[in-house]
Design a protein. Structure first.
Length: 291
């Protein structure tokens, strides 16, 4: 009876399996095959084994791109988490006009990355941008991101935070609303200060949501491409290049498909390691809560 039911289900689930094979498995295997050879346009692939991985890992341009990526991920994700947590607590405390403000907070997530970059390029134009003019009028330093690599990295980080803050905020806000109000009432009766309630009640219960938000944002931020490419294209002199832009340059500027495929799989491996670490932490927390 069970075998018959499975045979009846197979035609229904077969399209899903075919879709996964055609969209994920087969392209992944093809990229692995590309990473083990040396090829370009109009050139037959030559098998080189792991040489492409060695070339990528020892390439100073890749190490510079990796360092830039790490800086952006660490700074942008953690600043975004701090702001998102503060906003989630503020909204949960009974902020006036909460519905209208919620729409405003979530609005950046509905904006196309291309439109967002064009808007920010206009706002922070070093010569005539509205934000630049305001900073000059106040006597404050401007972001000369078209020439200064540090300023360009700051602008990329700000743009990334603005674009993806709604994602972090909505996860933390939903988790904060799920905390029973009785716990805060009990803490208040026991004489706990607001800070003690935050440290003893809010943070432990928000822990799983924070880890999930960090997991997804680390993976997404590590693959950052659009903001960097559309804003600076990795310049000046490849000083703001990140790993995804390095991959793009190898594939479409230098036509080095082998090293580009190797870079892609290095990104996949790093993302899987990040995910494995956070899944381990989640399971550890779940086991601790169970006991």
């Amino acid at each position: 009876m069970r075998t018959r039911s499975l045979s009846q289900l197979m035609p229904l689930i077969a399209p899903v399996h075919i879709l996964i094979l055609s969209v994920i498995v087969v392209p992944s295997l093809y990229v692995i095959w590309l990473s083990l050879g040396q090829s370009s346009f109009g050139q037959a692939q030559t098998f080189v084994g792991l040489q492409n991985y060695y070339n990528v890992l020892t390439d100073p341009a890749f190490r510079s791109a990796l360092w830039n990526t790490v800086i952006l991920v660490v700074v942008a994700v953690h600043v975004e988490l701090a702001i998102g947590l503060g906003m989630a607590l503020l909204f949960a405390s009974g902020l006036p006009f909460r519905r209208f403000l919620l729409v405003a907070v979530l609005a950046p997530y509905a904006v196309s990355e291309v439109i967002a970059v064009v808007m920010w390029r206009f706002l922070f134009d070093p010569d005539a941008g509205p934000v630049t003019l305001v900073l000059k009028a106040l006597g404050l330093p401007i972001l000369d991101w078209s020439f200064e690599p540090t300023h360009a990295m700051i602008l990329i980080a700000l743009l990334t935070i603005w674009l993806h803050l709604p994602f972090t905020f909505i996860i933390l806000y939903a988790a904060r609303l799920a905390i029973p109000a009785d716990l805060y009432e009990a803490a208040r009766i026991d004489g706990a200060t607001p800070f003690q309630s935050f440290r003893r009640v809010t943070m432990p219960l928000l822990g799983p949501a924070i880890i999930v938000a960090l997991l997804f944002r680390y993976i997404f931020a590590f693959r950052i491409f659009s903001e960097v490419w559309l804003l600076t294209q990795g310049g000046p002199a490849r000083s703001t290049e990140v790993v995804a832009v390095y991959l793009y340059q190898e594939a479409f500027s230098f036509n080095a498909f082998g090293t580009a495929a190797a870079t892609a799989w290095i990104m996949v491996i790093v993302s899987l390691l990040l995910a494995a670490g956070y899944v381990f932490i989640l399971r550890k927390q779940g086991a601790a809560n169970a006991h």
